[in-house]
Write a protein of this length. Structure first.
Length: 263
């Protein structure tokens, strides 16, 4: 009887050890498979990450612009191109029209003292900018009277101011039109989305997502265009104000110099 119990005990230990070994092997296999899956997923994510990171801001902007459709996006793009052309032309003109008024004033004053009106006019002819032109017009009428010179300065100052503000109204027009075109594209896109809903009879996000995306993209690019042009517009207006202030100060200085020269 003791011998039978001994045999049964040995058999139980053998079965238990076998099950333990199998469980360890199964666990090791599962862990190995899980590690392989995680490694493969990590490799896939690493492969996809550079593809998304390789896209530059301009590429993303271009893709979103194309998604917006050629209908209203083309008009917004035209506003941006024409507005930038006007802004660049005005900036170049205003920078060329900017002169060192203090230096010019001193040169004209020295020329008046040494060579008279003709020498001062020669200095103005050799200097670019509206301030020099105003000086020349005032000096050209100096032979008549100081009052005539003052009238000439005021009249020609208005002409030069009109030249400085030339085409600036077009820039403000493009700033106003660009977001309006974007909003119009948004409204039309929403109308198309609701037409699809009424035709199908149920509300599905996938059904109207494309139209809503196009509608919002037109608004975004319209606002971006207006913001860019507004920055240039404010710079141009500030530049014009600075030149006009120099013109007014220089006009007063010229009249004072003519009065002193007449004495």
């Amino acid at each position: 009887m003791k011998r039978l119990f001994s045999i049964l005990a040995l058999a139980g230990l053998f079965v238990l050890s076998t099950n333990t070994v199998n469980a360890k092997a199964t666990t090791a296999t599962v862990v190995s498979n899980l590690s392989t899956t995680v490694a493969a997923t990590a490799v896939m994510l690493q492969d996809d990450a550079p593809a998304a990171a390789d896209k530059s801001f301009t590429q993303v902007l271009k893709e979103q612009f194309i998604k917006g459709g050629a209908g209203f996006m083309s008009f917004v793009l035209i506003c941006l191109i024409l507005g930038l052309a006007v802004a660049i032309e005005r900036i170049i003109y205003l920078n060329l029209a900017t002169t060192n008024t203090s230096k010019l004033r001193q040169q004209v004053e020295d020329a008046l003292a040494s060579g008279g009106v003709e020498a001062a006019k020669e200095v103005c002819r050799n200097t670019k900018g509206p301030v020099a032109s105003i000086y020349y017009q005032g000096l050209d009428r100096a032979g008549e009277s100081v009052e005539a010179a003052e009238k000439a300065v005021v009249s020609y100052g208005g002409v030069q101011m009109g030249q400085l503000e030339k085409n600036v109204s077009w820039l403000s027009l493009f700033i106003a039109i660009a977001p309006m075109l974007g909003f119009m594209g948004t409204v039309i896109g929403m109308i198309q989305a609701f037409e699809k809903i009424s035709a199908v009879g149920n509300l599905s996000a996938s059904l109207i997502a494309g139209d809503i995306q196009v509608a919002l993209l037109t608004t975004v690019f319209g606002l971006i265009t207006a913001i860019i042009l507004q920055i240039f517009y404010n710079y141009i207006i500030a530049k014009i104000d600075s030149i006009v202030n120099d013109m007014e100060d220089s006009s007063i200085s010229l009249i004072d110099m003519l009065v002193d020269h007449k004495k």
